[in-house]
Ligand binder design. Structure first.
Ligand code: ATP
Ligand code: MG
Length: 220
């Protein structure tokens, strides 16, 4: 009997942008997470199923073997730390970037000097600490779970570190981007034990993603 491979995806962007990659190998997901309440989705490949988890939980599922494979943002992966994960592939989907943004009236250039102190609100404490440590700026880090844009508008923080794609959300809230922290895209991660124990089955799914991703990574 060939083993079942479980892939962890998060609802929304990651799920939607992963579907076309599977589709290239003629693999369809048979349940629609928008209309079904199922958290385990069958696919047209009897050896592959999808589990739907919170975006930040994808690395945890794969780390502990709740899923063999997962698709997760570079942002989530950096915050998780990547323990126990084999990271073979940049899928080139869910592309955006991490940025520092401030309220339009805030003099960031003046505040961000070495030895100065800056209060920064973010969902990404590890990325933020590393970024400002490199600049020698002291940080008051305020951990948030969402709606970061509000923080500079209410005086909660001087700046935010958040994901930006079009910049429309920033503009709508009178915020301006002042630093490009890093480019972000979704990565394939694999449980290290699964790679050893279920090698042929895992390899087969990996090669599906490798082929689809290489097409995706070609410069536009
Ligand atoms: P939740 O909504 O459950 O709190 P989340 O906000 O982290 O989770 P998503 O907004 O679906 O979930 O983001 C999932 C991943 O998609 C992120 O970790 C990031 O890598 C990527 N992503 C987030 N925002 C964008 C964006 N605007 N454009 C492209 N990719 C994005
Ligand atoms: Mg979200």
């Amino acid at each position: 009997m060939t083993p079942m491979i479980t892939i962890a995806l998060s609802k929304g962007r990651i799920f939607e942008e992963t579907l076309p990659l599977l589709q290239r190998a003629r693999i369809r997901v048979l349940d629609d997470p928008e209309t079904s309440r199922k958290l385990i989705l069958r696919s047209s490949d009897p050896q592959l199923r999808v589990v739907l988890v919170r975006a930040t939980d994808v690395p945890t599922y794969v780390e502990y073997g709740g899923a063999d494979i997962g698709v997760t943002g570079r942002d989530v992966l950096l915050e998780h730390g990547g323990r126990g994960l084999y990271q073979p592939l940049d899928l080139g989907i869910a592309r955006c970037h991490m940025a520092v943004a401030v309220h339009a009236g805030f003099d960031y250039a003046r505040q961000v000097r070495p030895g100065n102190r800056l209060s920064v609100a973010t969902k990404y404490p590890t990325i933020t600490r590393n970024f400002f440590a490199d600049k020698g700026v002291h940080l008051n880090l305020i951990k948030l779970y969402g709606s970061m844009e509000l923080a500079p508008l209410t005086g909660l923080a001087d700046a935010i570190v958040d994901l930006v794609s079009t910049g429309r959300t920033l503009a709508a809230n009178d915020l301006v981007e002042v630093e490009h922290v890093m480019d972000i895209s979704a990565r394939l991660v694999v449980n290290q034990a699964a790679l050893k124990l279920k090698t042929p089955a895992v390899r087969r799914i990996l090669s599906v993603f490798e082929e689809a991703a290489s097409a995706n990574m070609e410069p536009a």
